[in-house]
Design a protein around this ligand. Structure first.
Ligand code: NAD
Length: 258
């Protein structure tokens, strides 16, 4: 990780921010990408005050040209990124029979198309520079199972597609020295977790999550971030096309209680 450039989308908050701080501690240069300019600047200042180097790129991952431009700028400013964590994501709920097309498209556009565009321009940079690299996409337990709370079809579909994209890219680029894996965070204390939940219902939902998750708590963003760090670094040099599950045991547990 020392002296390597790592690009992170969704770097202004949550798991993306936590990953940026861990990468900076290990000497990486950070290309921080997000929609939220002021929070992104805050993360860059945190990285810099810890002695790290960071540049910020305000970008909507839905916009292919903007993503292309951000990666081109990062190459000039910091050197070709050799690691990518595509963390930018949203969770918008709603039962399918009443889910608007706009809401459905927004979730797919950010979570899936955004991960694809970031991967595409990351790969172009690596191939142009003939460098090896590691890409980490962000999946979810919702990619594999359906939760009792339900009303999550757009999010689950987007993450299922991200998982399929992970496996496909891993095979397409394995012989060119690029590894592609996904992290599977469990319920993690970040703004996204509560995005689809009215404020008054959050404390009760938190209690339910804590009682349902085998490890008995939600995770701190730094916990999935450490899994991402491992996938980005050389310690995972023989790992590609994999999902690293960091979910407190959620996927290992049968959903019925008998
Ligand atoms: P978060 O809300 O803390 O961070 C998400 C970041 O993505 C924000 O900074 C936001 O500004 C950015 N973003 C949203 N739309 C964007 C866009 N169009 N362009 C650029 N940036 C955009 O959420 P988080 O929990 O850190 O989520 C990170 C990833 O982890 C997401 O992909 C999410 O689906 C996944 N995940 C989270 C949990 C959880 O419980 N928090 C569980 C499983 C998976």
């Amino acid at each position: 990780m020392q002296e390597r450039t790592i690009a992170i989308t969704g770097a202004a908050s949550g798991i993306g921010r936590a990953t940026a701080l861990l990468c900076a501690e290990r000497g990486a240069r950070l290309a921080l990408m997000d929609l939220d300019q002021s929070r992104l600047q805050g993360v860059a200042e945190e990285v810099q005050s810890a002695g790290g180097k960071a540049a910020t790129y305000v970008v909507d991952v839905r916009e292919e040209d903007a993503v292309a431009h951000a990666f081109a700028s990062a190459r000039e400013d910091l050197g070709t990124p050799q690691g990518l964590f595509a963390s930018a994501g949203v969770e918008l709920g709603g039962f399918a029979h009443e889910l608007s097309a706009d809401r459905w498209r927004k979730v797919l556009d950010i979570n899936l198309n955004g991960a694809f565009f970031a991967s595409k321009y990351m790969l172009q940079g690596l191939l142009d520079a003939a460098l090896p690299g590691s890409i980490v996409l962000c999946s979810s337990p919702a990619s594999f199972v359906s939760f009792a709370a339900g009303a999550n079809s757009a999010y689950a579909a987007s993450k299922g597609a991200v998982s399929a994209l992970t496996r496909t890219l891993a095979i397409d680029y394995a012989r060119r020295g690029v590894r592609v894996n996904a992290v599977v965070p469990g319920p993690t204390e970040t703004p996204l977790m509560w995005m689809a939940v009215p404020e008054a219902e959050r404390p009760q939902l938190k209690q339910v999550i804590e009682s349902e998750v085998p490890l008995g708590r939600m995770s701190d963003p730094s916990e999935p971030a450490r899994a991402v760090l491992w996938l980005l670094g050389d310690d995972s040099s023989y790992v590609t096309g994999s999902h690293l599950v960091c979910d407190g045991g959620v996927l290992a547990k049968a959903s019925i209680s008998v």
